[in-house]
Design a protein around this ligand. Structure first.
Ligand SMILES: Cc1cc2ncn([C@H]3O[C@H](COP(=O)(O)O)[C@@H](O)[C@H]3O)c2cc1C
Ligand SMILES: O=C(O)c1cccnc1
Length: 340
């Protein structure tokens, strides 16, 4: 994307107001073929809906040949407020662990045959502490979104969104509280394992951040730049670019869904090309997916991030495409239909 000479967010506002819709013809072709496959009608349940969704958002028959997990990593100034049991240095250490193949996401990618790319977003430059200032200025936020857009360009036909960033469950909670209101406590949970005092510090940080920025939070992109972070902005950009490039997306847990929620607040149709891979055990996530009106594929008590829930769900999406494209029809297999 070439940035125009206007305000940095102008291009994103224009893009969000003019999102491409689904390919109804491709979806209809899936429904027609589905009815001919060697199984009772509807017996593959949600897999059938997933096959149709893949076609609608790619404009092609369902196929997943280059699935990719993109993990964006960023650091957060709010970690100074004691919001995570782990030190911020763990973000960079985990990025090294990803590169060495030692993380959970590496193993799920091996198990499900998914590509993995990790993007280190200026880890030595934590964003502003959201309880005291905006996380990012408009120019850096827009540039980071543009980076996220470029990161996935042309490289995949199924994008799983992941993140790494110590302190970012506080950031996710602040974004949700900023977008949806309620009480700060509604959106805060233990994250990596905060104890009661840690959860109280997180709740206080979220309440203070939203109070500080409150006058500006009607605009979802302002919520993103003031309360978000680099990995959050990059994930929002990647999800948006995928829509434009006709790449279906699987969102992961609380943190990646908070980035998606910003787009949804700007345009309620913005996540129609996305599935939510799983519902995380972080309590705010269930509340958030309900607000979005979306139905996560899996509920396994996971609360890790890194794209792990999305990557697990990618196995299901791959299977849905394979069933649709590979199964024989009743006619091909010489199997009698329902009425003989
Ligand atoms: C070793 C380790 C690996 C991780 N992988 C993902 N996260 C997850 O935990 C962090 C958010 O939780 P909080 O807000 O409590 O800091 C993020 O980095 C997220 O991706 C991890 C966290 C740790 C400690
Ligand atoms: O659901 C998530 O995304 C999550 C939960 C805990 C820690 N990190 C991420």
């Amino acid at each position: 994307m070439v940035l125009s000479s206007g305000l940095p967010f102008d291009d994103f506002r224009a893009l969000l107001a003019n999102l491409p819709g689904p390919d109804d013809g491709a979806a209809e072709a899936v429904r027609a073929r589905e009815a001919t496959l060697t199984k009772p009608a509807g017996s593959l349940g949600r897999l059938e809906a997933i096959a149709e969704w893949l076609a609608a958002w790619t404009g092609r028959p369902p196929a997943v040949t280059r699935p990719l997990v993109a993990v964006f990593a960023g650091n957060h100034g709010v970690t100074n407020k004691g919001v995570s049991p782990f030190p911020a240095s763990v973000t960079a250490q985990m990025v090294e662990n990803f590169a060495a193949g030692g993380a959970a996401i590496n193993q799920i990618c091996i198990a499900h045959d998914l590509g993995l790319k990790v993007f280190d977003m200026a880890l030595d430059m934590p964003t502003g502490d959201i309880t005291e200032e905006a996380a990012l200025d408009e120019r850096s936020c827009a540039a980071t979104m543009a980076f996220g857009m470029e990161a996935i360009a042309g490289g995949t036909d199924l994008l799983c969104i992941g993140e790494m960033g110590i302190g970012n469950t506080t950031i996710a909670a602040a974004i949700c509280h900023g977008l949806y209101g309620g009480e700060a406590a509604d959106w805060v949970g233990p994250g990596t394992g905060a104890d009661e005092a840690g959860v109280a510090r997180k709740t206080d940080a979220v309440a203070r951040a939203v109070a500080l920025h409150g006058a500006h939070l009607k605009d979802p992109l302002e919520v993103l730049r003031r309360l978000g972070g680099r990995e959050i902005a990059a994930m929002a950009g990647a999800i948006l670019a995928a829509r434009v490039e006709r790449i279906p997306v699987i969102i992961d847990g609380y943190v990646s869904t908070s980035a998606a929620a910003v787009l949804h607040a700007a345009n309620p149709a913005a996540l129609d090309h996305c599935l939510i891979g799983h519902v995380s055990a972080e309590p705010g996530h269930r509340r958030l997916v309900e607000r979005l009106g979306m139905e996560p594929l899996l509920d396994l008590g996971m609360r890790l991030g890194e794209g792990t829930g999305a990557a697990l769900a990618a196995g299901i999406v791959k299977a849905a495409a394979q069933c649709h494209s590979g199964m024989a029809t009743f006619e091909q297999a010489g199997i009698s239909g329902k009425d003989g």
